[in-house]
Design a binder for this molecule. Sequence first.
Ligand SMILES: [Zn+2]
Ligand SMILES: [Zn+2]
Length: 274
Amino acid sequence: MKYDRCLSKGTIIPLLFMVLLSPAGCSGDSGNGSEPIPDAVALDIPALYSRVDTISVLVIYEPDAEPFTGSAQPGTTYWSVLRSNIASLFEGRTIEPDIYVPSDLSEMERISDQGQETWTADDIIALARTVWDGNLSDFAVEFPVFFLNGYFENEEGTNYQIIGVSIIGTPVIAVFKDVVLSSSSMTQISRFVEQATLVHEFGHVMGLVNNGVPMTSDHLDPEHPRHCTNERCVMFWQNEGASDMMLFVQQMIDEGSVIMFGNECLEDTRSYRP
Ligand SMILES: [Zn+2]
Ligand SMILES: [Zn+2]
């Protein structure tokens, strides 16, 4: 199973996009001897950009791994950050899908504690198969986002730095809440890190960078597949340093914009004609 294990935290760094270790040329969805992705959890990128008119985010969480909810300021929920960023990818397209993102725990789905200390990509897909009905059609797509206890595990072992992963070829995203909580002692920063993680992973599952949606300009980081060379873009592999993060937040507030994608990435999805 291929995955994008990109979003991680540093020791004093709230947001750090880790280098992908899977080689760029690695192909197929069934790497590492795992099963091929069944149709029920496969995502059709061309359909997403040609026929889909409804996008929903389904948030599924374990006890003690609840997402942050509430409002950054009156009238602006934290989850509106993700909603606005998904919408930004489709701005100006013939079809601008209706986008449904929950903002309150009552709109999210709680599952029982899965009792796992670590999660492989296969474990995450297995969970998705169990608790999610693969709500995909040509016109409506649902993206399941799992908030989990424990840590991501790959062939190198357990990684205590990875905040979020996306399973390549599927709409499945997972966030490791223990890592979010340890990313910063400042709650406000952690909330932002959580939303930025989601935006980054959604960027991947929606085809960035050169991950299903072709590029309109050369902004693929040769060292870090599926990541952007623009350091001010959420798809940059590494946003290094607490001060940079504060600048990033401050810039968003100053500009009255929460859009985290850089123009190069936005141009790719907005002009994609499958
Ligand atoms: Zn990434
Ligand atoms: Zn970008």
